[in-house]
Design a protein around this ligand. Structure first.
Ligand SMILES: O=C(O)CCC(=O)C(=O)O
Ligand SMILES: [Fe+2]
Length: 390
């Protein structure tokens, strides 16, 4: 009889330590921001020596350099506004007839919608994959619209195409849950990066406008000192994580911080329908408050790349396709299927929320490593305190 030998304990440990170290180094040189999972990023000693600050400074420097190379993509006045304030609004973004057709198409969309809850907010999303776009000609035109892609390329400092989603935010869509952590002032990550929204309906003080502190994306001496202090707090918190989420790389900012940093008043960005908002989410921002049931329907775009990659050029199409496949799988795994025949408009947003709160009990939370076929999955993802997302 042969006895299967397991690898000697120390060799096995060494191997996993080396793999972990390689992953941590890769994370360090990329967009990883987790003080919790990455032991280099989260090292108190290294942060005391200025590791986080160095990452902040180098990523900002590279961002500024890449942006300079893409200067011609945006008109000078808009460029100056974006650089000064950290956001840009373009009202009447699409010709009226195209906007009407796009909105109609989206309101009539029937297909898979994924849901995610953050505190008591319900987010419904449809990732615009090539398959989904095949049935949505107006959305297809939109994602190829040069007047959209040029400013986004400039703002993200990368010649790349963002990821597009239909997004419906339903405030108070989950009444029993706690506060939505997106409603606390925060910075998404340590480096400049871009999110954008085409608002399909009016945004007023009553449906939770995106709220940003103008100019807070820029590095000042006070901001650098604050980043340094936050990095020390975050690396200390590794061993004893607080219950809230943002300590883990998306730093929270309280009112005292805002005053001490010398910033002005936060600005809710209220806009008419058909407005495009492009925001640098390194700036301090939050989702505005709104009464339960209020909702906001948008096309949401996100462009994020390795902040330490100095090149503005995109990688190959096949690489981009791989990233898309990966993100699509991640999106499917982390958003609950809300049903396949719903519509995404304002009132159906409330219907979803009502269906949820009326006791359609979600299946127990599942691990994303489950082998069950996707089509059988229907579960809710509640972001956990330890989540590293913003
Ligand atoms: O929904 C919003 O207005 C902003 C949420 C947020 O903080 C983000 O997307 O980074
Ligand atoms: Fe954010």
């Amino acid at each position: 009889m042969t006895v299967k030998q397991s690898p000697p304990g120390s060799a096995h440990r060494l191997k996993s330590m080396l793999i972990r170290l390689a992953l941590d180094i890769f994370g360090l040189l990329s967009w990883d921001k987790s003080f919790r999972t990455n032991r280099i990023i989260g090292s108190y000693l290294l942060n005391r020596l200025g590791l986080h600050l160095l990452r902040v400074l180098v990523s900002h420097l590279l961002f500024a350099t890449r942006s300079m190379l893409l200067t011609l993509l945006l008109a000078p006045a808009q460029r100056r506004f974006f650089r000064t304030h950290g956001y840009l609004v373009m009202e009447n973004f699409l010709p009226a007839s195209r906007f009407a057709a796009l909105t109609d198409e989206i309101r009539q969309y029937r297909g898979e919608i994924r849901e995610e809850t953050e505190g008591n907010t319900l987010t419904q999303r449809v990732y615009l994959t090539r398959e989904v776009l095949a049935g949505l000609p107006e959305c297809q035109r939109f994602v190829r619209h040069e007047a959209l892609l040029k400013p986004l390329r400039y703002a993200s400092s990368k010649n790349r195409i963002p990821f597009f989603y239909l997004e419906n935010i339903v405030h108070g869509g989950r009444p029993a849950a706690g506060r939505d952590p997106q409603k606390d002032f925060h910075t998404d990550t340590f480096h400049p990066c871009v999110k954008a929204w085409l608002y399909l309906e009016e945004v007023t003080a009553s449906n939770g406008p995106f709220t940003l502190i103008s100019g807070s994306h820029r590095l000042t001496w006070r901001r650098l000192r604050w980043e340094y202090r936050q990095s020390l707090l975050a690396s200390q918190a590794r061993l004893n994580p607080p219950a809230e989420r943002y300590w883990d790389g998306s730093f929270r900012v309280n009112e005292d911080d805002i005053k001490a940093l010398g910033y002005g008043l936060p600005q809710p960005i209220t806009v008419p329908p058909n407005s495009l908002l492009i925001a640098n989410v390194h700036a301090i921002h939050r989702r505005g408050d709104a009464p339960p049931g209020a909702s906001r329907l948008t096309i949401w775009m996100q462009s994020r790349d390795n902040p330490f990659n100095p090149f503005v050029l995109t990688v190959s199409h096949s690489h981009r396709a791989c990233v898309r496949v990966f993100l699509e799988a991640l999106y499917r795994a982390t958003h609950r299927r809300a049903g396949t025949t719903r519509t995404l408009d304002d009132s159906s947003g409330r219907v979803f929320a009502a269906a949820y709160t009326a006791g359609r009990r979600p299946a127990p939370r599942r691990s994303t490593t489950s082998r069950q076929p996707l089509s059988h999955r229907a579960w809710r993802t509640e972001r956990r305190a330890s989540s590293t997302s913003e």
